[in-house]
Design a protein around this ligand. Sequence first.
Ligand code: TRP
Length: 337
Amino acid sequence: MDQQTAEQKKVIFSGIQPSGMLTIGNYLGSLKNWGRLQQDYDCLYCVVDLHAITVRQDPATLRKRTYETLALYMACGLDPEKNTLFVQSHVPAHAELAWVLNCFTMFGELSRMTQFKDKSKKYSSNVNAGLFTYPVLMAADILLYQADVVPVGMDQMQHIEITRDIAGRFNQVYGETFRIPEGVLPKAGAKVMSLAEPEKKMSKSDSNGNASVYILDDRDTVIRKFRRAVTDSGSEVRRAEGKDGINNLMTIYAAFTGKTDAEIEAEFAGRGYGDFKSAVGETVADALSPVRERFGQLTADKAYLESVMKDGASRASYLARKTLTKVYRKVGFTQPK
Ligand code: TRP
């Protein structure tokens, strides 16, 4: 039965911070796949600017990156007609629900969050309360839309767990209010490692400029970074224990071409690492070039981006209000007509 009504479709929610450019790891792990979900699910993708200010942001840069992140969603294939694309601060219900949920979240459980511990070390001069309650805002994001599925990276799984705990606790006290969401990790094969230190995950914010390939890197930059990718001293293109560099390049090549390891090994038999690195670089550059082109067109049309933002915010607000009104009623807030 493909005549599903909107109510019957499962809801997917995810968010990306507008705090830096995204890598091919983000592309393969999330953005590229999200486009395929738009037929079968009700998808909401949020640019989480409220989360971004838990660390200091330059206002002009934050504003610019908010537009860019929205444009990137679209450039990677998310159709704003079929998905709800919006900016978190445009929907006040996120901050409003976060306050209520703060009162159902324990100091102790927030203290155990790995990301909080890491970030308070990294930003030790600014360990603000927002950094501490970050997961509660994230819970509000998800629970407002009664999301069934939340695609996230491994580093966010703990935040999904706390979201489930908070939702369950609220439901226990007030009766069924929130749907309990499921966190879903990207497919195992798509884990992309740093090109400079292939035993580490590729990161948005690596200080080594050659470690990460960004979705918006130009062709020459992509090819150059792959040529410089760190590999071992061997020469045979073959997946093997301990050959992190080659394994990573094979993973990337496989993800962009759909080829199996055996096919890749056959293709590069007797050709050495140099040839392989060039081929991976060119393949990735070719795949990203339409994304970059589309991104350029979108960011040049601010009026259009703003119309997408407004439309997304109004659709999201409608859904979010329904949940928030229910929550306000359950906790005992007055609601004069
Ligand atoms: N914390 C997430 C990250 O840094 C971003 C995020 C915010 C998010 N709210 C969300 C992801 C809700 C999924 C669902 O990656």
